[in-house]
Design a protein around this ligand. Structure first.
Ligand SMILES: Cc1cc2nc3c(=O)[nH]c(=O)nc-3n(C[C@H](O)[C@H](O)[C@H](O)COP(=O)(O)O)c2cc1C
Length: 370
């Protein structure tokens, strides 16, 4: 039965993707999938799903002082508002990074703002941090935590929950520190780990915060505020862009060490359009936005290598960008990533994608032990 799901799920999803989802506006398809998943969970399918997808015990991974059921997790941006953390967890993700959340609620950019490039299995997005704001997300996370506690007491698998923070669009760059501090205060108590996102290409000026003179006071302030708000040291990571020059990557790595932060997430989407199969005549009219998917893999892997060479072993690197298979995840782990995330592969491969990755990883682990 389980193996039948394994062999049937990929072609079935592929058919559904080609016949239904590609005819829908990508954002609408996203909402449909999330609603379906939440409904399945609400009517009691969570337990069944979880039995089918539960990561093998040997995939348990220690990082950031936490135990992750699998080294593979869902990257930020899919569940911006923490509306489906446990349903997503029941697909087998070891962690769910919610957000990006901003201090104030905001609508994001005008639609359409999410585009598929099927020949590259890639996406271009300029969502612009559409989200309900830190206070609303906090209320949802409180409920999620209570539910997770109940599930855990019944021996069920629940994911680690990361919270990714960004700057409210209407707040000028000079007010960025205060803005991040107000979301930190609200959300740090509910986060297993926190991420300062300074690398989205879709909030004007945001990536300037990656410059060391801006980043140092920002990270220092968030570090202090998160500890004060949560009453514990909340692991803090910074998420960087793949478009940074190598010297700037080294500078961020050195800063993370200087400030004693727990890690770096590399990378966000790219503003480059290099290496695409989709003709320029289709890509150009889409306009601005961050590109994700396999086309990003090479740069993301190079940034991982550079960070690993530069950073002491105890600083965590979460690798993200273009990962689509168990082999891809295993390669990132071998290259020194502590954890790996994915997003675009989920859109193209569907709900059993994570399960395939976890099972593939467990097999590769067994093979390497032989
Ligand atoms: C539609 C979409 C929205 C995203 N939103 C966010 C976000 O809000 N915050 C963030 O840090 N990254 C966001 N990302 C970037 C992903 O977390 C990830 O870093 C990037 O997509 C590369 O991974 P992938 O190739 O596996 O998709 C988004 C990506 C996509 C495709």
């Amino acid at each position: 039965m389980v193996d039948r799901i394994e062999t049937m799920s990929a072609p079935l999803y592929s058919l559904l993707f080609k016949t239904v989802f590609t005819r829908m506006e990508p954002e609408q398809a996203h909402h449909l999938v999330v609603t379906g998943l939440r409904t399945a969970h609400r009517i009691g399918f969570g337990g069944i799903l979880e039995k089918l997808t539960r990561p093998a015990p040997e995939l348990k991974t220690q990082a950031l002082g936490l135990e992750f059921p699998s080294p593979f997790g869902l990257a930020a941006g899919f569940d911006k508002g923490a509306t489906a953390v446990l349903p997503l967890g029941s697909l087998g993700f070891g962690h769910i990074e919610i957000g990006t959340v901003t201090a104030q609620a905001q609508p994001g950019n005008e639609k359409p703002r999410l585009f598929r490039l099927p020949s590259d299995r890639a996406l271009i997005n300029r969502m612009g941090f559409n989200n309900d704001g830190a206070a609303a997300v906090r209320r949802r996370l409180e409920k999620t935590r209570q539910r997770a506690e109940r599930l855990r007491s019944r021996g069920r698998h629940t994911p680690v929950i990361g919270v990714n923070l960004g700057k409210t669009k209407v707040v000028p760059l000079e007010g960025a520190v205060e803005d991040y501090l107000s979301s930190t205060k609200i959300l740090a108590p509910l986060a297993d780990y926190l991420v300062v996102n300074v690398s989205s290409p879709n909030t004007p000026g945001l990536r300037q915060l990656q410059e060391i003179d801006s980043l140092r006071p920002l990270l220092r302030a968030v570090r202090e505020e998160s500890a004060a708000a949560a009453g514990r040291q909340v692991p803090l990571l910074v998420k960087i862009a793949p478009d940074l020059a190598d010297a700037d990557i080294d500078a961020v790595a050195d800063l993370v060490v200087e400030l004693g932060l727990e890690g770096i997430i590399a990378t966000n989407t790219t503003i480059s359009r290099h290496g695409l199969r989709t003709p320029e005549t289709e890509v150009e009219p889409i306009g601005a936005g961050g590109l994700s998917g396999p086309v990003l893999a090479q740069r993301s892997a190079a940034v991982l290598k550079q960070l690993r060479d530069r950073l002491p072993e105890d600083v965590v690197v979460i690798s993200v960008g273009g990962v689509v298979s168990a082999e891809d995840v295993a390669q990132r782990l071998q290259a020194g990533a502590d954890l790996v995330q994915g997003y675009t592969g989920f859109i193209y491969q569907g709900p059993f994608w994570v399960r395939r990755i976890n099972r593939g990883l467990a097999k590769l682990k067994k093979k390497s032990k032989k």
